[in-house]
Design a protein around this ligand. Structure first.
Ligand code: BG6
Length: 296
């Protein structure tokens, strides 16, 4: 892994800088006139995004561990190459991409935004968990909006299937007082009720634990936070499933890296390829999933 000095020499710009982050892990900070942001190479994990003149958009757990090889809690973990629990034993929940170190490929800065490209590739370690050859690229475009693109390329000789989630934790004033719009009449799988299929009626209001995978949902979702006078809009492509999650009281209590009252100020809206939306990628083919976040 390159040192911070090497990373800065190769990739720093006026707005992009590599530093020592929490737990001694390398992080990249972005201080652009249009936004500030921060991500860790561990997991390619964005932990902060704040367009100028707005409140922070992402929720971060005050109890998050920052340990090499472990997922960070909050921000935007990348779940890949499967979503949720693996069928096979000894495979980590939500895949391994959020647990390993990403390499910087390139950075660029314009008047409007910065772009950063990271990647991971299959190696002996990834093949001991999942036996396929791949290249996975993660592109951040950070400006007034935040765009995240994840490109999977099959570099092997056999097809494979992937599940994905750009698992975004959003910062809200009071989860019980927000509305999520854009999923009216959409079918979902209720992960808290034996994966029973159900259908959304109207806007989503959160009054208890919620863990749903909306299927055939390629549309924009908005988080309406009247107390903050803010609407977060989540647009996407390459994704027909959307996960909505809030652990509420008892699950928050059970999670060691999640503050007991943290459920009050967060909601996850995840741009996903989950359940019926997992993707088969043939040799030499690629799949791109993209999420664009804007604030009004
Ligand atoms: C969500 C799942 O995507 O992630 C939930 O739908 C899960 O079931 C949550 O609890 C957090 O997962 P993890 O592995 O980060 O604790």
């Amino acid at each position: 892994m390159p040192t911070l000095e090497e990373l800065n020499k190769l990739y720093a710009t006026d707005s992009i800088n590599f530093q020592v982050g929490e737990g001694g892990l390398p992080k990249c900070t972005i201080t652009h006139p249009n936004a500030t942001a921060e991500f860790y190479l561990n997991g390619g994990h964005m932990t902060h995004f704040q367009p100028t003149e707005h409140q922070p958009v992402l929720w971060m757990s005050s109890e998050s561990k920052f340990e090499a090889g472990k997922p960070i809690r909050g921000g935007i973990p990348i779940c890949w190459p499967w979503f949720g629990q693996a069928v096979e034993e000894n495979r980590p929940q939500h895949g391994f991409a959020r647990n390993i170190n990403w390499t910087v490929v390139q950075t660029q800065e314009t008047f409007d935004f910065v772009t950063i490209e990271l990647k991971i590739e299959s190696n002996a370690e990834t093949k001991s968990i999942w036996p396929h050859s791949f290249e996975l690229k993660l592109r951040f475009e950070i400006g007034k909006k935040l765009s995240i693109e994840l490109e999977t390329r099959n570099t092997g000789a056999a097809s494979f299937r992937i599940g994905t989630a750009i698992h975004s934790y959003f910062n809200v004033t009071d989860a019980s007082n927000i509305e999520l719009s854009g999923l009216d009449q959409v079918d979902y799988i209720d992960q808290l009720d034996n994966n029973l299929p159900k259908q959304q009626q109207g806007e989503i209001k959160i009054r208890e634990e919620i863990d749903r995978v909306y299927i055939e949902s390629g549309h924009q979702v908005s988080i309406v936070d009247r107390t903050m006078n803010r609407v977060i809009k989540i647009k996407k492509s390459g994704s027909q499933s959307t996960v909505v999650w809030n652990p509420w009281i008892s699950k928050a209590n059970r999670m060691a890296d999640f503050p007991d009252d943290g459920y009050r100020t967060m909601v996850c809206v995840e741009t996903a390829n989950a359940f019926t939306d997992v993707r088969e990628i043939a040799p030499d083919e690629q799949h791109v999933i993209m999420q664009k976040i804007s604030v009004a």
